[in-house]
Design a protein. Structure first.
Length: 335
């Protein structure tokens, strides 16, 4: 069978289903191209002089790695001149990046976490880029932060690129979730999995167990029941994994099922959670739902949350549908 490139996939989706207007196609292709550059920079490691910190702290209060800054610059430079965007927001920048006046403006807003899991870079473990595409509200020519504050259901596309043993782009335009693998010889993303489906049941969970003493009762109950294994109420043994790169943990779940949790707990309650709603939770929630999984805060569907701030944090529980529903049920039941 002939290999289907990302461009061909996007064009055929548009022809068959009218899902991807030319500007959105350009946007996705430009993001994919930027991801190839990031992939190349990351793969050079110490030889490229890209490891380590730059000595600055970002808006999230985290030490910036050289590759955080470089990935952010690559994505900005690739996206600002094409005429498809009205503005860009990044986890690494305090405020949205306006499109310079010398370039035409488009109707989309691009939001990204340029390098997710970047604490893993220096130890050579998989990291990734996460992105989300929204429409710029009608009549707005100079988008302000408030124009980005749209619930996740309004995303027109979302995806991530994982830089692991191979570089894989995972994408949804609201018509299922698909995966492309980077053919490094050809320099092109090739479709390697159409309609990804997450098994509804699982026996694998992912959570940072060092936070156990801070967890709320419903999360503690769920994890305790998993740990009790065959002889406990669940009647089966569970396995545990935690990469500490959201892209890598989500990618495993898309590939073989599982549940991922970074719930709100006593340690991060004042911030609203650990992970970011706009840059991490929303795009991943759309990708997961489009693959038949579920994404919840414990109290509501992530995609229904009305964002109140660009850098807002949120509780995240996502993956195999029946497991996510079980955790949500535990949140509804009286303690
Ligand atoms: O971007 C935040 C992040 O690095 C995620 O990729 C990851 O899931 C999480 O933080 C890891 O958190 P912790 O360091 O608490 O394990
Ligand atoms: Mn991140």
């Amino acid at each position: 069978m002939k290999a289907v490139s990302l461009s061909r996939y996007l064009i055929e989706e548009q022809r068959a289903k009218g899902k991807i207007p030319a500007d959105l196609r350009l946007l996705i292709e430009v993001v994919a191209r930027a991801c190839k550059s990031i992939s190349s920079a990351i793969s050079k490691g110490a030889l490229g002089g890209v490891l380590g910190n730059v000595g600055t702290i970002n808006v999230q209060g985290e030490a910036q790695k050289k590759l955080d800054v470089l990935s952010n610059e690559i994505l900005l430079e690739a996206n600002e001149w094409g005429g498809h965007l009205a503005a860009i927001a990044s986890e690494e920048m305090d405020d949205p990046h306006p499109i310079p006046h010398r370039y035409p403006k488009g109707e989309y807003l691009l939001v990204f976490d340029p390098l997710d899991g970047s604490s893993n870079i220096d130890v050579n473990v998989a990291v990734g880029t996460i992105f989300s595409v929204l429409r710029c509200p009608e009549g707005v020519t100079e988008p302000e932060p408030e124009h980005f504050l749209q619930p996740g259901v309004r995303q027109v596309a979302a995806g991530y690129c994982i830089y692991g043993p191979s570089t894989i782009l995972v994408l949804t335009v609201g018509d299922g979730t698909v995966m492309f693998t980077l053919d490094r010889d050809l320099g092109s993303f090739v479709l390697t999995q159409d309609s990804v489906r997450i098994p509804e049941d699982t026996a694998e969970f992912a959570i940072n167990a060092s936070n156990a003493r801070h967890w709320d009762a419903p999360v503690k109950r769920y994890v305790d029941e998993c740990l009790a294994g065959k002889t406990g109420v669940r009647g089966k043994d569970f396995n545990m994994r935690w990469v500490a790169s959201m892209v890598a943990d989500v990618h495993r779940i898309l590939t073989r099922g599982g549940i991922f949790m970074y719930p709100i707990d006593a340690k991060c309650r004042d911030k609203g959670g650990r992970l970011r709603l706009m840059y991490e939770a929303n795009p991943m929630a759309l990708i997961i739902e489009q693959a038949g999984g579920a994404a919840h805060t414990g109290y509501e569907r992530i995609l229904d949350v009305q964002p109140l701030g660009l850098h807002q944090r949120i509780s995240v529980i996502l993956g195999s549908k029946h497991e996510v529903e079980r955790v949500a049920l535990y949140h509804r039941e009286p303690q």
